[in-house]
Design a protein around this ligand. Structure first.
Ligand SMILES: [Fe+2]
Length: 302
């Protein structure tokens, strides 16, 4: 091949490659994700949620989901729900540990949000989605503090639900299933169940697990499953372990997940900076995940 023709061929193949990463074809599925609004702990929750909903009504993903620590089921939060319900497409909820603050029950939260259930699954555009409730208190547990558990009945339901579907699956849980330090206590067991479900299926059926709760920004891969932590729409902590002071971001943070027909998943995250007080850098003795005012952009092959 003559050098000029070879160059032309090289440019052409590069173009084809780039088209494969960002194909012009309609994506399989697009999802708007936000988490940890903490309406009851901050002053500008409605404004932050309104920004998310306004943009989602323009972007028109297949559905939106909030991953917990949204709002307690109290009359004063009806305005917030009206903002949430302005989204014209399907809307899903994950329960967070703060959503029952003040003594509310999970059922009251589900009713107030008009959520599909405490834990449930659904299909959209050839994908299966599983929403878990990581806030169950183990039987006989009298300890104080927030539970971060999934009890045997829910684990059994989840296992049967995952085995029953032949579709690639995305799991949502408020607490990190890959974070054994302060995430879901049954994390190791659930990761093992995902691994066995994948082995039985003969492909990576459980492709993604999304979580919030930790107000951090990271991506881990365990046995081929991608665990992605989505940062809070509102704030990070000024102390990584004990800190109850908040470092608010100037702009609200959220992510748009797009899964293309060629098996490439693209996460586009919003970026901001701190309003006044900075979030602390993580204590090296702690988990070491970054405390940052943004959600990273990621391209992940699935
Ligand atoms: Fe939380």
């Amino acid at each position: 091949m003559a050098p000029a023709a070879f160059q032309e061929y090289k440019t052409y193949t590069q173009k084809v490659k780039s088209l494969q990463i960002y194909p012009k074809k309609k994506p399989l599925v697009r999802i708007g994700i936000c988490t940890d609004l903490h309406q009851d702990l901050i002053k500008d929750g409605e404004k932050r949620l309104q920004s998310f909903i306004t943009e989602m009504n323009q972007a028109k993903p297949d559905f939106i989901i909030q991953m917990g620590d949204f709002c307690i089921p109290k009359e004063k939060n009806k305005n917030l729900m009206e903002i949430w319900n302005q989204f014209t497409g399907p809307k899903y909820h994950v329960i967070g540990n703060h959503d029952t603050d003040g003594g509310f029950t999970h059922d009251q939260v589900v009713d107030f949000w008009s959520a599909k259930g405490k834990y449930y699954s659904f299909d959209t555009n050839g994908y299966h989605f599983v929403v878990l409730n990581g806030n169950e208190r183990p039987e006989g547990d009298t300890s104080k503090g927030y539970p971060r558990s999934i009890n045997a009945a829910q684990i059994k339901w989840m296992k049967q639900d995952l085995e029953a579907t032949s579709l690639p699956t995305i799991v949502f849980c408020h607490q990190g299933i890959d974070n054994d330090q302060d995430g879901l206590k049954e994390g190791a067991l659930i990761r093992l169940i995902f691994e066995r479900v994948n082995q039985k299926a003969g492909f990576h059926k459980v492709q993604f697990v999304f979580s919030g709760h930790h107000h951090e920004d990271y991506h881990n891969i365990y046995n081929g499953t991608n665990y992605v932590q989505i940062n809070s729409i509102s704030y990070q902590f000024t102390h990584p372990v004990k800190g109850y002071d908040f470092a608010h971001t100037k702009e609200p943070l959220w992510a748009l997940l797009t899964i293309h027909t060629n098996g490439t998943a693209e996460i586009k995250g919003r970026k901001s900076e701190y309003m006044g007080q900075e979030a602390s850098q993580n204590d090296p003795e702690y988990n070491g995940y970054p405390n940052v005012p943004y959600i990273s952009d990621r391209v992940i092959k699935v």
